[in-house]
Write a protein that binds this ligand. Structure first.
Ligand SMILES: Cc1cc2nc3c(=O)[nH]c(=O)nc-3n(C[C@H](O)[C@H](O)[C@H](O)COP(=O)(O)OP(=O)(O)OC[C@H]3O[C@@H](n4cnc5c(N)ncnc54)[C@H](O)[C@@H]3O)c2cc1C
Length: 356
């Protein structure tokens, strides 16, 4: 799982002025490990201006599609997204880590559900994969999407969404919320925030009918939507969120006073191999200490967001500084993000091979 593979770009399509859709050629021998669940993401690695950069991009194709596709929105001043927009070309080989992430629910043709999704901007990518995969796999389920953008010209995946709407006229409902383009229905103008969310539930969407909600977009919007759903009585276990980035750095500096001489004997289990080393208990996260030992550990954001470095504690304890990725049930069953995990015991065993 820790390994990158070389995949060639099969096609490159401009989606909006700021977004490109990239599809990959997956050779037959790599197909099993690049098999994905809806809503999962790929981590790309590249050396840009002499420095290694890793970024995650959500897969925006359905699991039933015979292609592996991501969409990259150019972030102003962004290192990787700008480089991708300027340098990607058809046939170019990229280093890609196999799919990862738990922003999805098991699909079943027996389900008879009404799902709701809130997406804003590039947050549509995993949501599109989830919607299309679900509508194809669950013939009795329905989806309502609330999708926020500035104006129609900035709507990522607009055409694929319109095609999906045509294909599933009775089972897909798309509500576009625009902040800088006036629409006839006043309710659909503005931003997706707590007030908009409440207004939608009062006038357009009956929350009592909703089984699960998926949310992806800027942190502020996600927090407001989740808090509103929660306050309206939706159980936390029905709210699923994927964060692309945080406004404030996830890792706060540890209090120097906390640094003692206490050491921890760490064992990392990765691809069946055991790596052992000793590290200070309170000075750095286990990921940093392991990378300093030259161990190839899967990671991307180092900010507690992408969950690429997720692993399970099988012995000892660790404290996490920030967790924007793991659900409560995962933490309860011992999963941690190694980029945020500080040893809290003299011995700590982290298993990267366990999935459940
Ligand atoms: C699980 C996961 C899935 C993701 N999926 C996608 C996807 O499908 N499509 C996509 O385009 N991006 C996606 N991202 C975001 C992506 O990984 C990068 O963070 C993004 O492309 C910016 O990287 P950069 O190197 O260009 O910017 P950086 O050089 O890392 O950042 C430059 C500046 O931009 C700000 N910034 C960083 N990210 C964003 C953002 N998303 N929006 C606004 N400002 C930002 C930073 O705070 C910083 O000030 C995903 C992230 C995660 C964790």
């Amino acid at each position: 799982m820790a390994h990158f593979h070389s995949l060639k770009i099969r096609s490159l399509v401009r989606d909006t002025r700021d977004a490109i859709v990239v599809s990959f050629d997956v050779p037959a021998e790599l197909r099993p490990i690049f098999h994905y669940q809806p809503g999962q993401h790929l981590t790309l690695r590249a050396t840009i201006d002499g420095e290694e950069q890793r970024r995650s991009y959500s897969i925006c194709s359905a699991v039933q599609d015979d292609e592996l596709k991501i969409a990259i929105k150019k972030v102003s001043g962004g290192v990787f997204s700008s480089w991708a927009h300027e340098n990607f070309s058809t046939g170019m080989a990229l280093e890609v880590m196999p799919p990862n992430g738990s922003f999805h629910l098991p699909l079943s043709p027996a389900h008879h559900r009404h799902y709701l999704a809130f997406a804003a901007g590039s947050g549509i990518t995993p949501v599109f994969s989830i919607i299309k995969s679900t509508l194809l796999a669950e013939p009795q389920s329905r989806f309502t999407l609330v999708y926020g953008n500035r104006a129609s010209s900035t709507v990522m995946m607009r055409d694929p969404l319109a095609d999906l709407k045509d294909q599933f006229l009775d089972r897909l409902s798309v509500i576009h919320i625009m902040s800088r383009e006036k629409q006839d229905i006043e309710l659909f103008n503005g931003r997706i925030d707590a007030d908009k969310c409440r207004a939608l539930f009062e006038q357009w969407i009956w929350l009592g009918d909703i089984d699960h909600v998926f949310i992806c977009g800027p942190q502020h919007m996600m927090e407001q939507v989740s808090a509103t759903l929660f306050s309206l009585g939706l159980d936390k276990s029905r709210i699923h969120a994927e964060l692309f980035g945080v406004a404030t750095p996830a890792t706060r500096p540890r209090a120097v006073a906390a640094a003692t001489d206490a050491q921890c004997d760490v064992t990392l289990v990765i691809d069946g191999r055991h790596y052992e080393f000793s590290m200070p208990r309170d000075a750095m996260p286990v990921l940093e200490a392991g990378l300093a030992q030259g161990i190839e550990i899967p990671y991307a954001c180092k900010g507690g967001i992408c969950a690429t470095c997720r692993c399970k504690i099988t012995e000892g304890k660790a404290d996490m500084d920030a967790n924007h990725a793991l659900e409560d049930y995962e933490v309860a069953s011992g999963f941690v993000l190694s980029c945020q995990a500080f040893p809290a015991t003299d011995k700590l065993v982290l298993d990267f091979d366990q999935d459940a």
